[in-house]
Design a protein around this ligand. Structure first.
Ligand SMILES: [Zn+2]
Length: 352
């Protein structure tokens, strides 16, 4: 779970999610971008290439993170990347079948094994440690799979696999929140495995402890990525990262990826351009808002990062962090739209 920052305050999504945008789908298809400022009911017009809220993120994004290396709009005749969305959807079903999967639980261990069982023969590493939290000590394990490329540099794709700890008592299964992110990374591993990458190395990271154990705060959230970012800062890995993508809540049947104002502007634009290449841009950026998610520990350290997330899940966000986050709310088509778009964005980065 992550709160939304509105007007400098922190609002819990469970207790105080702002009103759903009043922008209708037909209207958003007529206008290039409708910026919905979370916390208000107003829709205003913007452009996809002009960051809607540059000032809001300027303090957090370094010069290197905010400057694209080259133009990425040059045409390309190559085939667009294609994931197997049915297989990805099946992964979500299998993950959900384990039940609620908070840190430290038996089901969590089962999902760890499920993930690693799909990575046999791949270069897999752990970033494992013990988190000291307000609810006690928990084992935390980020699982990293590395697929080497020919270019110097790394593209990182993160997705969390833990489910919300406080909601374990209601049997929260997180089909979208935890399930979809785990599944798309497994599918990306299929896509990357056994091929010579003519581009940057790609590292997939199934992150742990994304969710708060009690109530979201800077110290009670993002346990896995805070640890990983610190570790990668010390060992020099961060300097090699060309771009970092977070995939979270990407399978909502009613797909509307948010324009996250905490993300790096040129990466937001790159993803939009990638979406345009397959004509699915109407699913992107109708709303804008500041997301607190697994990318933040990296954003704070100047790594170009983007949170690919649809945080408006069900009418008035009614499915988010509730027992209603179940498989019937999801669509394989949404996985396909997001999954292919991010792969295309990576292909565009590889060509730089
Ligand atoms: Zn969550």
């Amino acid at each position: 779970m992550r709160p939304l920052r509105t007007s400098g305050t922190t609002t819990s999504l469970r207790t105080g999610f702002p009103p759903v945008p009043l922008c209708s789908p037909w209207l958003s298809s007529l206008l290039p971008l409708l910026v919905f400022v979370l916390g208000s009911t107003a829709c205003s017009k913007g452009t996809p290439t002009a960051p809607a809220d540059k000032a809001a993120v300027g303090a957090q994004v370094t010069e290197s993170a905010s400057t694209p290396a080259t133009d990425t709009t040059s045409p390309d005749s190559g085939p667009l990347p294609q994931i197997d969305s049915k297989r990805t959807f099946q992964y979500i079903k299998e993950i959900v079948a384990f039940g609620t999967r908070p840190m430290g639980s038996e089901n969590h261990k089962k999902v760890e094994n499920y993930i690693t069982s799909h990575l046999k023969g791949d270069q897999v590493e752990d970033d494992a440690f013990t988190a000291d939290t307000v609810e006690g000590k928990f084992p935390v394990r980020n699982i990293i799979a590395k697929y080497p490329g020919t270019k110097d540099g790394i593209i990182v794709i993160l997705g969390h696999y833990d489910t919300n700890y406080p909601l374990r008592t209601i049997g929260f299964v997180g089909a979208n929140d935890g399930g979809s992110s785990t599944a798309i990374l497994l599918e990306y591993a299929n896509h990357l495995r056994g091929k010579k990458r003519d581009g940057y190395s790609v590292w997939l990271v199934w992150t742990d402890g994304e969710e708060a154990v009690r109530q979201w705060s800077e110290t009670d959230s993002l346990y896995g990525t805070r640890h990983l970012a610190e570790k990668w800062e010390k060992d020099g890995t961060l300097k090699k990262i060309k771009a970092l993508f977070v995939m979270d809540m990407i399978s909502d049947a009613d797909l509307n990826i948010d324009r996250d104002t905490n993300s790096t502007p040129w990466l937001l634009d790159l993803v939009y351009q990638a979406a345009e290449r397959s004509g699915v841009q109407s699913h992107f950026y109708a709303r804008a808002g500041a997301m607190d998610d697994d990318h933040l520990p990296f954003v704070k350290r100047g790594v170009p990062s983007i949170d690919v997330i649809d945080l408006d899940y069900g009418y008035n966000n009614v499915f988010h962090h509730t027992a209603q986050d179940t498989i019937d709310k999801l669509s394989p088509r949404s996985l396909e739209i997001v999954g292919n778009t991010v792969l295309e964005a990576i292909r565009m980065l590889d060509r730089r």
